[in-house]
Design a protein. Sequence first.
Length: 337
Amino acid sequence: MTTDNLTNWRVLALFMLGTFFSVAVVWYLRAEPNMPVPYVIAEDDGMMCLQGNMGRKALLLIENYSRNHPAFLQMSDFFWEKNQSVYQLPYGTQGSEEILLKVLALTMRYDMPDRVQSLPCWRCVVVGNGHRLKNSSLGDVINKYDIVMRLNNAPVHKYEHDVGNKTTLRLFYPESADFDPHLQNNPDSLMVLVPFKTPDIQWLKAVLNNEKRSRKGFWKSPPLIWDVKPENVRILNPYFMEVTASKLLNVSIKPPRKNKEKPTTGLLAITFALHICDVVHIAGFGYPETTNKKQTIHYYEQITLTSMADSDHNVSHEAQAIRRLLEARIIRNLTRF
């Protein structure tokens, strides 16, 4: 046998040994009930989903990171003094406990869907509303994730090729609630209220209980009719807003607050995903350069950065936070950022 043939046989033997070892590891992990089971995220992606991996990564950037917090508010949160919040909305529930109890008594569900809870590992994608999703052809890729998070009133209908049509969770606040939620969501989608202020909770109580609506306290009129089943409604734990502001944006949330900067729903959704998911990917995040006055900021409407001039959001500050997460390989981006 020549030297070249011997080298080729050695390479082939090493390749077969490596393949056998990989198969054996996966078989062992699946056979051992106490071991996390990795699996492929998408057909063209070799990254594995491993329970607990996200927590270890998030510790790199989030001080005192902990998953010991419920995803959604529940009635039991308000029956014990030890659970009383030190902050008012949007960073806590102080002063809103009574109205929250009334709303939570209507929804009566405080967990993730059963089909998600039964999964051994949660692969999540947070779908932003950015213009980079337009003509992205990412619809089929997005639909493959276990949990698809969407934001505010971003449409799915007629944009399925770019954004998919699967919605597990939709984070929103009253002014951003879609007037036709059935058109843009699945029948079992969870509608997750992000309460920025007490009137947000009062609005939810009114529409779920068919009570008199009020437009007072809103910067834009929310829907007066919002046809969603109470069991599909959740209220996001304000803890995640607190972490987003204080840990990712380094914004002071202690009164008196001179800086009125608040996180966007998008960055909040990423923080939420870091706490409940095992893999976090994002798509459609990023704003145009501040000097670009003509580029639209959303994939579905013709508005520019000037529309955010009077908001309490600092998009440059948030872009830096997302970039840190990307550079630390804590999250992965499916679109250009």
